[in-house]
Design a protein around this ligand. Sequence first.
Ligand code: FAD
Length: 188
Amino acid sequence: MYDVVIIGGGPAGASAAIFTAKAGKKTLVLDSDQSVTRRAWIENHYGAPDITGPDLVEAGKKQAAKHGAEFVTAKAAKVTSQNGTVKVETEDGNAYEGTHAILATGMFADLAEASGIQTKPGTEPRIKTIVDCAPDGKTNLANVWAAGTIAGVSMHTIITAGDGAKVAINVISELNGERYVDHDVLKS
Ligand SMILES: Cc1cc2nc3c(=O)[nH]c(=O)nc-3n(C[C@H](O)[C@H](O)C(O)COP(=O)(O)OP(=O)(O)OC[C@H]3O[C@@H](n4cnc5c(N)ncnc54)[C@H](O)[C@@H]3O)c2cc1C
């Protein structure tokens, strides 16, 4: 049983996984490897001048794995939530359980729709459907959250990665029962 199951390994999902894994939460990332970011050349990501989308996506996954996040290449087909446990079933017939789940599926709303997670029309350019979530990321399904493009934020890597981090801190704070901060100090 995981503390957090994250669906989507793009900037939003992997950024969330960096925070949850670094906070000592047992973290699984399920990813179908269809990130649109892989087609990007990025010159506007604060602190990472001139980077290819594939390099940014790989760097994010490596950073999360360094802190203990597990990655499985699979397509999630359905999310259910019952009695404090979230179950994620994948197209290859497997199922994974966690206390919380974060949807970071980018432009893909099919998982949310197949799972009875409320959606609404997107407001950002080229985004058809998004999850109808609260500002903290909570969806209508207990312990299921949304982050990044699928949560309706502006479709830019610094913003989707930031939103993944924001939602991860909300999930960690809920697990810990108090607000969480992750600050490391430069050793002198
Ligand atoms: C051509 C192009 C150029 C761009 N240039 C820039 C730029 O210069 N600067 C900038 O800031 N942004 C740019 N972007 C936007 C950037 O790529 C996105 O904003 C972004 O970062 C999206 O992050 P995300 O994590 O929300 O989604 P994504 O990166 O799309 O990640 C979503 C992940 O979820 C996975 N997934 C979806 N459904 C499932 C499922 N059911 N089960 C398992 N996994 C699933 C997908 O495989 C994917 O890996 C560009 C985008 C494109 C397409």
